[in-house]
Design a protein around this ligand. Structure first.
Ligand code: BGC
Ligand code: BGC
Length: 860
């Protein structure tokens, strides 16, 4: 019998308690405000305009004066609006949690689809489905029968590297790759193409560009930034805003071909300590301007109509509640007269606020709450009540609404036809149009940075035997990174990218055309010895905080790609590495084991752009030389996490601006230091996380029949006998619900290399899970650890699970010794978690970790 302790603690943990309270208030329809509590808990240092700030640092931007006709129209509209209608303009729900009928009832000013949210929850929604939803929402917003309002709503989406939520759209390289092209004119073209693809789906507004100046490359959003240096960011921000919106003050401004843009995330997102997503930026005010605000100088001067507030804090104060920066600096001094939209429930992170109520944010200068989940409804009522009670002034509300209306009037939404009837709507040929793909392919070519080219191995002759290896070679999902169809960019297959090409497909195209042979083999085993190998490998997709890392060392835990490079070199095959990554990483061992090395970043759907550069034309001429230059310094050591142009003692492996061209010699030999430096503040390992918010790399979530498991993605999933859904426990999508339907199915977390659990964990090690049980039949439920052929240990959890209270989160743990006693070899576990049920079972989990138990533990 396993030692299975369960602790029912939801009411004892402070965290649990506050969540329980939030849920209670979220369920209640009635207006409710607790002004006292909200303000009492705001223990943050007050940032008032009279604080130690220096407004003189901030410039007045060349923003055009307001037009009298627009202002008159705003005043007329506002004069006829009720308080409820006004507040509704300031609430932005998300399509997974708001219906067309809600829109008719409340008349929201805007709504969004988050990353991986599609019309009808269908990943394969067609462009017509997108237009149909846009049309229905618009019609509901202008229908005044229930709410008395006929102000058209607008839809915002994260088209951050092309219209990336839509199947078939052109996916451009992520911003880090665009930074390497150092070509603002190209950026403008990309933005123009993106705007057209977005317009074809009836959407009005794009949450881009991200203008973060990324200082610590451990940050999971490094790839969303163009550069570590403000120079490129400022120029690009202007170019992309112009491409998205049209020329500021020109006749094409926000015309039929253009969308509203958002410069984000204001302010300092790229400069948080230790590169922690949503963390704290402690730059001086001068540095905040000189480094982090340059994208706003570029983007707002080019007329961007919206700004998104950032999740991060500046000196401990959350930006969503930062009156000095949002109001005094951005609006009053710099002159921004559009509106500030919040980030995903970002207001709820301000001290004293919750997702359901936050006068502090509005009072600080936030204009629109991004309110996904079911938070929108209590937030709407609470905000109305806060205005009634005087906690938010009527004039602040009027200002916020004026800003929303100003943008809508400028964008012509009052005069334009409805979404389905706009010039580009539903034009299928625009989505993934060949001319857009041609721009993306060019961007891929220009983004590649050649780091090493021994003996001028590149460019390659196409008329030879080329082995193409590595798990990113034929994987459009992996080469596209996060924010690709799904939020994390995981769970996509090549056929989710109709019209796109993998890097292998591009190579094969040029090689076979020239009479050569390209052989694809992920693990590098070949039929016939090749003349050269191209190995395409790198980071798995991730987005936001899920991509935060502790060290810049590539594959710190397991150098399996290095092993592949060495295996090929040992056979006398010249090796070209093509490295897919969202940031520069310490790859000295991989560089040593490569004859040529290309940083390809996250090229997106047009993988063929890589082969365009790697291969000569059949007549021997060079088609395209490398022109990409590093917009991020490349580290010489894994602990050079904050390594930026202009640093004192700047000692990168390759400096900002580096990039070889054909004919130029490598700047280092094959003997770079391979010394693995421990990270200064790397903590002793006390736990091995298998699942927290998501399946932790390098594990993979698999499900199906025990003999035929399939890889799972981050969205809704179904295999024979098992349905898997993502759930929100404390954060968005931080939990999973497994519904075993009674046909003997398995859910497993598998590692690609065996792990030695005895290394870090002693006799008191346990597998600890946060779970919640719903329906459970009386069949066995086995939990196993597997260790290769005929090696496993299983325990039957069914009796204990059945004894648990239903529908409540609890922590349960199983001693690892239970698995070893049952036959598992803990030194070589390749499946640390496998749950199998032959009967019906509804089990949710939010965390699975291996850790040392505080109390003595045994298996009896
Ligand atoms: C991100 C934003 C994004 C928003 C909507 C947030 O978590 O920080 O960049 O625009 O989600 O998906
Ligand atoms: C959502 C994404 C969203 C992200 C923002 C996730 O839970 O699925 O759509 O963009 O949160 O943080």
């Amino acid at each position: 019998m396993p030692n299975l302790k369960h602790k029912i603690a939801p009411f004892m943990r402070a965290l649990g308690l506050s969540i329980a309270l939030l849920l209670i208030s979220a369920c209640d329809d009635a207006p409710q405000v607790n002004g006292e509590v909200l303000s009492k808990f705001d223990g943050e240092k007050v940032a008032s305009s009279s604080g130690n700030f220096d407004l003189s640092i901030w410039p007045e931007l060349p923003i055009k004066p307001k037009e009298a006709s627009v202002e008159t129209k705003i005043q007329e509209i506002i004069a006829g609006m009720t308080l409820e209608q006004k507040v509704a303009q300031l609430i932005q729900p998300e399509i997974r949690d708001v219906t067309v009928e809600d829109m008719r009832r409340y008349g929201f000013g805007s709504y969004l689809n988050g990353g991986g949210a599609f019309p009808n929850n269908n990943k394969h929604a067609t462009p017509q489905d997108w237009v149909a939803l846009a049309e229905a929402m618009y019609q509901a917003s202008v229908d005044d029968t229930l709410d008395g309002s006929s102000i058209p709503t607008i839809w915002g989406t994260d088209a951050v590297h092309g219209h990336n939520n839509v199947i078939g759209a052109t996916l451009f390289p992520h911003n880090i790759g665009l930074g390497a092209t150092n070509n603002p004119a190209l950026i403008e073209e990309i933005a123009g193409a993106t705007a057209r693809e977005v317009m074809a789906t009836g959407i009005d507004w794009v949450f881009a560009p991200t203008v973060a100046v990324v200082r610590d490359d451990r940050w999971g959003r490094t790839y969303e930034g163009y550069s570590e240096d403000p120079e490129i960011v400022r120029a690009y921000s202007a170019a992309i805003v112009k491409g998205l919106q049209g020329g500021y003050g020109e006749s094409n401004f926000l015309d039929d071909d253009h969308v509203i843009s958002t410069v984000k995330h204001f302010l300092g997102d790229g400069g948080t300590q230790d590169g922690v997503d949503q963390g704290n930026n402690i730059a001086s005010e001068q540095d905040l301007f000189d480094l982090h605000a340059q994208g706003y100088v570029g983007g707002l001067s080019a007329g961007s109509q919206t700004v998104m507030a950032s999740f991060n804090s500046w000196h401990g104060k959350k930006m969503h509640g930062h009156k000095y920066l949002l109001t005094d600096v951005l609006k009053d001094k710099m002159g921004f007269d559009g509106f500030v939209v919040g980030d995903w429930l970002g207001h709820g992170q301000i001290k004293g606020c919750s997702n359901q109520g936050c006068s502090q944010a509005i009072n600080a200068g936030l204009d629109v709450f991004m309110a996904p989940s079911d938070a929108w409804k209590p937030l709407l009522f609470n905000t109305i009540a806060q205005v009634k009670s005087g906690e938010i002034s009527e004039s602040r509300i009027n200002d916020a609404v004026s800003r929303v209306l100003r943008v809508k009037i400028r964008a012509g939404v009052f005069d334009k036809p409805s979404p389905a009837n706009r010039a580009l709507s539903g034009k299928l040929e625009i989505i993934g149009a060949p001319e857009h793909r041609a721009i993306a392919r060019r961007a891929v070519r220009e983004s590649l940075v050649l780091l090493k080219n021994n003996a001028q191995l590149l460019p390659l002759n196409p008329n030879q035997r080329v082995l193409v290896a590595g798990d990113a070679a034929d994987n459009i999902g992996k080469q596209s990174g996060g924010w690709t169809i799904t939020w994390q960019g995981t769970g996509n297959k090549n056929n989710d990218f109709p019209g796109g090409t993998s890097i292998f497909q591009g190579i094969e195209h040029w090689v076979s055309e020239a009479g050569g042979v390209a052989e694809l083999s992920v693990n590098g085993d070949y039929q016939q010895k090749p003349d050269v190998a191209i190995v395409v490998f790198g980071e798995e997709p991730y987005a936001e905080g899920n991509g935060d890392i502790a060290t810049l060392e590539y594959q710190a835990g397991n150098k399996r790609d290095l092993a592949l490079l060495k295996k090929l070199q040992a056979r006398g095959i010249p090796v070209v590495s093509v490295f897919i990554s969202g940031r520069p990483l310490w790859v000295n061992p991989e560089l040593n084991a490569s004859d040529a090395f290309v940083a390809a970043w996250l090229p997106g759907s047009e993988g063929i752009g890589v082969a365009d550069v790697l291969f000569r034309a059949p007549d021997g001429t060079v088609r395209y030389d490398f022109t990409g230059r590093l917009s991020f310094s490349w580290p010489a050591r894994p602990d050079q996490t904050v390594l930026n142009r202009g640093d004192e003692n700047y000692a990168p492996l390759l400096p900002y601006g580096f990039g070889l061209r054909y004919g130029e010699p490598s700047t280092f030999a094959d003997n770079l230091s391979e010394l693995r430096v421990p990270m200064p503040h790397q903590k002793a390992v006390t736990e091995r996380v298998l699942f927290r918010k998501s399946v932790q790399l390098p594990l993979t979530g698999m499900a199906g029949r025990v003999t035929e498991l399939q890889e799972m993605s981050s969205n809704v999933l179904e295999v024979a006998g098992l349905k898997i859904r993502t759930l929100d426990r404390e954060l968005q999508e931080d939990a999973r619900l497994l519904e075993f339907t009674g046909g003997d199915a398995v859910y497993a977390l598998t590692a690609d290399q065996p792990m030695d659990l005895t290394n870090t964990f002693g006799d008191s090690a346990v597998l600890r899970m946060q779970i919640r049980i719903g329906e459970i039949s009386d069949s066995d439920v086995t939990l196993s650890m597997l260790c290769g052929v005929n090696c496993n240990g299983s325990v039957n959890l069914a009796p204990q699970l059945r004894a648990l209270p239903r529908h409540e989160w609890q922590s349960i743990q199983v001693a690892l010794s239970c698995f070893s006693e049952a036959g598992a070899n803990l030194t070589k576990i390749d499946v640390p978690f496998q749950l199998r049920s032959r009967g019906k079972l509804e089990l949710s989990f939010s965390e699975i970790v291996i850790t040392n138990s505080e109390s003595a533990i045994s298996c009896n």
